[in-house]
Design a protein around this ligand. Structure first.
Ligand SMILES: [Zn+2]
Length: 338
């Protein structure tokens, strides 16, 4: 199997439906159905679904993920599922402060997830690191807390900080302090931007976060002049992203769930215009996809070749938040494997 690098994968968005059922039964939480296949279908966000209905899926999973053994289990299973698709390095992200309702401390949450990822790594050989997420709609002091927690766990599995959540209503600017904490603590910084909102949201995120990567960047295309399905001219924000070589963590299935069909995704235009890209699943369970499926979509809908996938994975290695020794090893595996 070709070796793959995954930089954008949500722990809570990728929980196996059968595991959600087990954890919900333990917690005495009711589910829409007790059948794993039906639950998988119910989970899938579809175009036109309200943002509230979409987030209800995450809240349900997060609601049952409030114990150490539950967090440990889903972290281990995430690595197993990624490794089964040929993933050799993954950065798994989640918002630890969402898992305190059952009485766990933030450090207990981190320890449970990181030990689960480490167990998955030992079992599969897929290197698994963690990105801590702040949430846009939370009070900025909470994202500062999340960033401080992430810095405290640097060197013990945490490699980066991200801001996720409702991009429509909550700008990244109010979370600038959290990003500053993460950067000065030596963490890599990425930010969800241009997923739901347009170029101005990306511009705000660039100023607030000074990221080296952008989650999605789908609507960066709105800042580009397109002629005959090619980018003819970059606008101000798109130029900034392009010229700084900021990696776009592309998630085509996830974007299709929010209304942009995969065939209409600008990923081919981005590639031809020289943007740095990586292939990512975002929320494997909640959008019903796999890493292998994402590659298949890039191939069948946008004509990506193995030589382009080799390139894209080498770019992903460069943009990964892990140490240089790990990167050198990953580079060798990617070069030999495509
Ligand atoms: Zn995401």
């Amino acid at each position: 199997m070709n070796p793959k690098i995954v930089l954008h994968d949500h722990l809570d968005g990728g929980v196996r439906p059968a595991t959600v059922i087990d954890l919900a039964n333990e917690a005495g939480v009711g589910l829409p159905t007790d059948d794993a296949d039906e639950l998988a279908r119910w989970f899938t966000i579809v175009p036109g679904m309200s943002i509230e209905a979409a987030w209800q899926r995450f809240y349900l999973v997060i609601g049952v993920l409030q114990t150490e053994h539950g967090l440990h289990r889903v972290a281990r299973e995430a690595v197993e599922d990624l490794a089964a698709d040929g993933v050799i390095y993954a950065e798994s992200r989640f918002a630890p402060l969402g898992h305190l309702a059952g009485g766990l401390s933030a450090d207990e949450v981190m320890a449970a997830v990181i030990s689960g990822l480490a167990e998955g790594e030992r079992a599969t050989g897929c290197v698994a690191r963690t990105i801590v997420c702040g949430i846009r709609e939370d009070h900025p002091s909470q994202s500062v807390d999340a960033a401080e927690l992430a810095v405290a766990w640097k060197g013990r599995g945490v490699v980066g900080f991200d801001l996720a959540g409702n991009e429509f209503e909550f700008g990244a600017d109010s979370h600038a302090e959290a990003f500053a904490v993460a950067r000065s603590g030596g963490l890599g910084v990425t930010v969800h931007a241009g997923e739901m909102a347009g170029p101005e949201s990306i511009a705000t995120a660039l100023t607030a976060a000074h990221p080296s990567r952008i989650g999605h960047g789908l609507h960066l295309i709105d800042d580009c002049e397109v002629v005959d399905d090619r980018i003819a001219k970059l606008g101000r924000v798109a130029s900034k992203v392009h010229d700084a070589g900021l990696m776009l963590e592309v998630c085509v299935t996830s974007n299709s769930c929010l209304g942009t069909p995969v065939v209409d995704h600008p990923v081919r235009m981005y590639r031809d215009a020289g943007f740095a890209l990586s292939v990512n699943p975002d929320d494997r369970a909640i959008t019903t996809t796999t890493v292998a499926n994402e590659y298949e979509l890039w191939r069948s809908c946008h004509g990506f070749t193995n030589s382009e996938f080799r390139d894209v994975n080498l770019q992903a290695v460069e943009a990964a938040f892990c140490d240089e020794v790990t990167k050198a090893r990953l580079r060798g595996v990617v070069e030999a494997g495509w």
